[in-house]
Design a protein around this ligand. Structure first.
Ligand code: ATP
Ligand code: MN
Length: 458
């Protein structure tokens, strides 16, 4: 079909030209009386805005179809682009032809012209992208993904694909989903499909490290799975993660990369998603544009975990979880640091080794590892990363200390056996990034079909 995108019709098309647009009806107003007209607003997903099409009774199907159009109907409209008479839009269409592709029974169409709650729309995930909010989320998510690839491609990082089914049974990142073709209850892995215990991956890091330790700088970008029972607005059972890994890179280089990376994403969205960001700023999170602009321009705070604990202990407030050296930071702590104390992103480094996985590099103090979490206002942790342990003996010791058998990781330890190099990387949660950028408060509303405990419809 030779159609013009509504986005282009509204911004680029020549007034007076004949165009064809196709989309779904958002609203219809039928003017009765002497001056009969129908005003149809159409959206095709190319942008947030709708185009208004003005249809008059001379159309052959005016009585039979046009006056009966309702929200959700799909139509192809041909007509002349003209300066708009009404307020709110600069151009509109004078319709020559309306072709109805599919009706949508107004009695039962779930996406009515009123405001629906996000909870309700989650039950209509297959249609919720027809609303302003979910269309805007989808477009912003797309721009973020494009920006991620651009960032790494422009810096010579190789895009690599790590497996989704894995047999590394503990990466220190939480509970895993078993992958099996056995009947329930059976545990003889020898008889199972892969002849061993397999799970859905919680991270592509270990495999990405192997590529980094041959090819330099690489990144993975794919789905990851966590079977933890966390019903929070920031956790999904299936989410997308971006994991760069760079050889010849230390913890400071890693933090620099993370900061540049986030700023690139934020400024790309500000540059390219103007209309959608205005929408979020007005309806979802007042001030989100200002926050993003501020973050894209300001230097992130860098702080050690030990310094952060001191700051938190001196904050003079009642915590649900009193901060104490040796315990992981909680959301309330992360929000205090990013929203109140510093009012910008904070990169926390050098965590106690006891609360971090075996692969993080042990520091000279013997107590901390070269870990790094990037915290942002409202969301808390958006990135987790580290410099990796490149010394074979230290790595093996750390594995044993965490109850892992180094033999199970023979290929991983081989990287330290043959030409080991300092290297570092991190994981960025895509959905948390979309949340931060759009101000959407629930992570279930920034992924098309969310998977959470007790919920996997669609
Ligand atoms: P958290 O402490 O918030 O549960 P984590 O420390 O388990 O996260 P990492 O293993 O460091 O997370 O994963 C790297 C990034 O992936 C996190 O910084 C976050 O952005 C994202 N992430 C982790 N778990 C989830 C999840 N369940 N749902 C969505 N994103 C997640
Ligand atoms: Mn983490």
């Amino acid at each position: 079909m030779n159609r013009t995108l509504i986005k282009d019709a509204l911004t680029d098309a020549v007034v007076g030209s004949e165009i064809t647009v196709a989309g779904w009806v958002r609203t219809v107003r039928n003017h009765k009386g002497k001056n009969r007209f129908s005003f149809i607003t159409l959206n095709d997903g190319s942008c947030l805005a709708t185009i208004q099409a003005v249809a008059d009774p001379k159309l052959s199907n005016y009585e039979s179809e046009v006056v009966h159009l309702t929200a959700g109907c799909s139509v192809v409209v041909t007509g002349k682009l003209v300066e708009s008479q009404g307020k709110g839009q600069s151009v509109e269409m004078q319709v020559d032809e309306v072709r109805l592709l599919g009706a949508a029974d107004a009695e039962v169409y779930p996406i009515q012209q009123k405001r629906h709650t996000f909870e309700f729309l989650r039950t209509q995930a297959h249609l919720r992208t027809r609303t302003n909010t979910f269309g805007a989320v989808a477009r912003v998510r797309n721009v973020i993904c494009a920006a991620i690839h651009e960032f790494f491609q422009s810096r010579g990082f190789l895009y690599v694909h790590t497996p989704i089914i894995t047999s590394s049974d503990c990466e220190g990142a939480g509970e895993m989903f078993r992958v099996t073709t056995l009947e329930t209850g059976r545990d003889d892995f020898d008889a199972d499909f892969f002849g061993r215990r397999t799970s859905l991956t919680v991270s592509g890091q270990l495999e990405a490290e192997t590529y980094a330790c041959s090819l330099g700088s690489v990144y993975t970008f794919g789905p990851t799975f966590r079977a933890e029972n966390s019903n929070t607005p920031r956790h999904l059972s299936e989410f997308w993660m971006v994991e760069p890994e760079s050889a010849f890179c230390d913890a400071d280089d890693n933090a620099d990369l993370a900061e540049d990376f986030l700023k690139h994403i934020f400024s790309s969205v500000l540059q390219r998603c103007g209309e959608d960001m205005e929408f979020f700023n007005k309806w979802i999170d007042k001030g989100v544009i200002e926050t993003l602009t501020h973050v894209a321009e300001s230097e992130f705070v860098r702080l050690t975990y030990t310094e952060a604990i001191e700051i938190l202990q001196k904050a003079g407030r009642k915590w649900e979880f009193p901060p104490e050296w040796g315990n992981d930071t909680q959301t309330e702590h992360e929000r205090y640091l990013t929203e109140e104390k510093f009012q910008r992103p904070v990169i926390l480094t050098d965590y106690p080794s006891t609360i971090k996985p075996f692969y993080m590099r042990l520091s000279d103090d013997g107590k901390t590892v070269a870990a790094m979490d990037v915290l942002v206002p409202k969301i808390g942790e958006i990135i987790g990363g580290s410099q990796r342990e490149e010394r074979l003996d230290v790595l093996t010791e750390r594995m044993k200390a965490q109850g892992l058998n180094p033999d199970d990781y023979w290929w991983y330890t081989d990287l330290r056996r043959y030409g080991t190099v300092p290297h570092a990387g991190f994981g960025l949660g895509l959905e948390r990034t979309v949340q931060f950028v759009t101000g959407m408060s629930n992570i279930r509303d920034v992924i098309p079909f969310p998977r959470t405990p007790r919920s996997a419809e669609f």
